[in-house]
Design a binder for this molecule. Structure first.
Ligand code: ADP
Ligand code: MG
Length: 476
């Protein structure tokens, strides 16, 4: 189940980058059910619904459920024990595979510049917002679009400029006091205006948390942070959207406002899955002017090529132009999917003892990814997708998947019509969608503000649909 992302610790973790990366590696071994990243919107929807048919590959997949997982042949040893010449090429292949995984594995965010592709504009804007505008920043975009990677590389860059950068990952039960006392515990008291160098407080090794009373709130925290001196502090709150408690968001908004009013040397960077700034910040007009929103968009094809180039250099392989095209189309601008597919494609090529990744290798990789993705869905969902009704409504389902790529995943019949790009009678389309809302079926339905809203029951289904649509575009 290679596309599953790491499960996130529900509790607060404030770590420096190195231990963060290690922590994630450790976590990674425990598979936790979590939605795979959603897809970036495919570039301009110039493709008519006619093209959104169910690819025959999927038909075959569902026609023979017993074949699932049979894409791979039985495992074999990677090197033979006898032949020396062959052994050395085998050893080379193994080294290349490992290098490929290190450079292209999709389960980890990038934590250093060396593995970071493209995103020059985003990084420049982020630096500019922090350094020139002295603003707080919200980085938002779809899951898997590269927010965590961007802030890690930003952190590395800011540390070189002697900022004190602290990274914290939020979870559904993150509390204000816990998170910020963990941050404060990593800011040496030496940086407080009241503390003189060589004084007992400075030498004690105490940190800012020593100056906070239990039960402190945003105002008390801003009081303490207002007196930071001798450095600038950047606090990164990754996955801010995961926090369930509305009080937390209110407190953070209050903190941002207070820090801004007092021209504090502490700046916040929040990241989250969202389509716009309000979705993540909540309606907070008094805070908006202190915050720069930085949307992270799907990668351009030049950036995708750049990303593939990192894998090519690491594993000493070459992607044929046709293979790069397949990866680019299938990934729809998501670096997560670029890595997932390109990594597989590289492995297929290396298994075939080829140092060139061809379009055939890339196609096999796409089919592997889709097969495993499908296999990860509950069986009854697979059955639902394979039904004749689903095939008949495939363009509608794909349009629904696009419409549902907003953070909360909800969409109406009108949204689906917009995505379809053709005239439909809303009430009829709504009825069609309702055809997929039975118990355990593909969609959930709810009435919200007098409007019927749908949502995919399993986020992996929407991803599969979008991949299927990309697959159809490939053969166009
Ligand atoms: N600029 C980039 N260069 C190379 N790989 C990237 C880049 N951005 C993201 N990735 C890869 O894409 C995947 C998802 O990135 P991540 O930063 O975790 O996204 P998000 O935080 O938005 O969900 C990871 O495997 C990461 O390594
Ligand atoms: Mg992330």
């Amino acid at each position: 189940m290679i596309w599953k992302r790491r499960g996130h610790a529900e509790s607060v973790a404030v770590q420096d980058e190195a231990s963060q990366a290690l922590g994630e590696q450790a976590e990674n071994t425990g598979m936790q059910a979590e939605a795979p990243p959603t897809f970036a919107q495919p570039p301009a929807t110039s493709v008519g619904a006619a093209l959104e048919e169910r690819p025959s590959f999927l038909d075959r997949l569902w026609a023979n459920p017993a074949d699932q997982g049979r894409v791979d042949t039985l495992p074999r040893f990677t090197a033979t024990a006898s032949d020396e010449v062959e052994q050395s090429t085998d050893a080379l292949m193994v080294r290349r595979k490992i290098a490929l995984r290190d450079a292209m594995g999709a389960s980890q965010p990038v934590v250093d510049r060396e593995h970071f592709a493209g995103r020059h504009d985003a990084l420049r804007q982020l630096i500019n917002a922090v350094e020139q505008q002295r603003m707080h920043v919200v980085v938002y975009g779809e899951r898997g679009i590269g927010k965590t990677s961007l802030v890690h590389v930003f952190a590395e860059t800011a540390r070189e400029a002697r900022y004190l950068v602290l990274y914290g990952s939020c979870g559904s039960d993150t509390r204000f006091e816990t998170l910020f006392s963990a941050f404060a515990a990593r800011i040496p008291r030496l940086y407080h205006r009241s503390v003189l160098p060589n004084s007992p407080e400075a030498e004690s090794g105490d940190n800012f948390d020593a100056m906070l009373e239990p039960g402190f709130g945003p105002r008390e925290l801003a009081d303490v942070f207002a007196d930071v001196t001798g450095t600038r502090v950047i606090l990164i709150l990754d996955e801010y959207d995961r926090v369930a408690d509305p009080m937390f968001r209110r407190d953070v908004a209050e903190l941002i406002k207070n820090l801004s009013d007092r021209a504090s040397r502490v700046q916040l960077i929040l990241t989250g899955v969202a389509q716009n700034l309000d979705e993540i910040l909540g309606y907070a007009p008094s805070v908006r002017r202190n915050v720069v929103g930085l949307p992270l968009r799907p990668m351009s094809s030049a950036e995708v090529t750049d990303l593939i180039g990192i894998g090519e250099a690491a594993a000493e392989i070459e992607f044929a132009e046709s293979a790069t095209r397949i990866v680019t189309v299938m990934a729809g601008g998501s670096p997560y999917l670029v890595r997932l597919i390109a990594h597989q494609a590289g492995l297929v090529a290396l298994d075939a003892r080829s140092a060139v990744v061809t379009d055939t290798h890339a196609t096999t990789a796409v089919e592997r990814v889709l097969t495993e993705w499908n296999a990860s869905l509950p069986r009854r969902v697979q059955v639902s997708l394979s039904r004749e009704e689903a095939r008949a409504q495939w363009p509608v389902l794909i349009a629904a998947a696009r419409a549902g790529s907003a953070a909360d995943g909800m969409f109406s019949a009108d949204d689906v019509i917009t995505e379809l790009g053709e005239a439909r009678v809303p009430s009829i389309l709504e009825r069609d969608l309702k055809g997929f809302t039975g118990p355990h079926d593909l969609l959930e339905v709810q009435e919200k503000n007098g409007e019927t809203q749908f949502r995919f029951r399993y986020p992996g289904v929407a991803a599969l649909l979008l991949m299927s649509s990309a697959m159809a575009r490939l053969s166009a």
